[in-house]
Structure formats: C-alpha cells, structure tokens
Design a protein. Structure first.
Length: 164
C-alpha cells in the first residue's frame, strides 16, 4: 500500500496537492523521518487517546511526546492512551501502528499541537510503515484550522526543566 484509501480520498476531496516519500520499513514516526531523510520536526505523528466519551487523536511533531495533562486541561477530559488492539477498528485500511495524523479523515476527533504551524512542510504516515505523505504546511493548517489546538507536547527532556 502506498497510501490508505480513506486518507487519499480525504486529500482529494479537499483538493490538497501531495506527494509520496518512500522509505525503508520503520516502526515509529520519528524512525520514518530518519529513514525518509526529512526533518523530524516536520513529521506529524498521531497518538490515539480515549476516555468514557470516546477517542481523540493527538497530533504533534514526531520529536515530541504528548503531555496528557496538557491535553486533558485543554479539552476538559480525562484521556488516557488507547491500546494498540483498538486501532484496527478505527483505521481499517491502515497497517497496525501507522496512524495518519489527518485522523479527521476517519471521522475521529483530533487535537493538534500548535508547534506544527511553524513547519513549512508536513509529512504524515500514509497508513503503512514505508511511506509518508508530504503536503505544504499551510495546507495542513487549513485542514486542521477548525479542530482544537494548543501546545500539547514537548521534547523528551522537557520534564527536567519543569521540575527544576
């Protein structure tokens, strides 16, 4: 698979120009960035969260980790990480763990990290572990503009400077 059918239809329905970047098999969005030789802060990764109200996908730079406290504070919810076993039902045309950041294409609620507005180019998982979809940053922001957004993630070392 080069691109998941649902994602492809979503991009075409919204008249978004995109191209594909093929890379060797990878397990994470950060690994995909390295394998594809693209800036890792421009790869938008998706992390699926859930609570009693349902699922929400948090989208952030691949270099960051989601901060559940920040997401919950922003949304007024009590979200936790969804299990990997739940993902195939949500993303039926994607390989396990290759969740596209444009999860609104799948009818899911999304919250995205405002840090992505600074990226001139955005790369997202295409639905498998060997391809990224490349779109212009302004197109990504246009697709996400009506969705909740805030600073919801930070780099791996941020906890050290928060607690000091």
């Amino acid at each position: 698979m080069a691109i998941a059918t649902t994602l492809k239809s979503f991009l075409e329905d919204h008249h978004v120009e995109y191209d594909m970047v093929k890379h060797v098999h990878s397990s994470t969005a950060l690994e995909s960035a390295h394998a594809a030789h693209v800036p890792s802060h421009q790869v938008a990764k998706a992390v699926v969260l859930e609570d009693e109200k349902g699922y929400i996908v948090s989208v952030m730079p691949s270099t960051n980790r989601v901060d559940l406290e920040w997401v919950n504070e922003t949304l007024g919810r009590n979200l936790e990480m969804a299990t990997e076993e739940e993902l195939p039902n949500l993303f039926q045309d994607c390989d396990l763990g290759a969740v596209p950041a444009l999860s609104n294409a799948y009818g899911l609620d999304v919250i995205w990290d405002e840090q992505l507005t600074n990226a001139s180019e955005i790369y997202i998982e295409a639905g498998d572990h060997e391809n990224l979809v490349h779109i212009h940053g302004d197109e990504f922001c246009k697709l996400m503009e009506d969705l909740p957004h805030a600073i919801i993630s930070a780099g791996r070392d941020y906890r050290r400077w928060i607690s000091e």
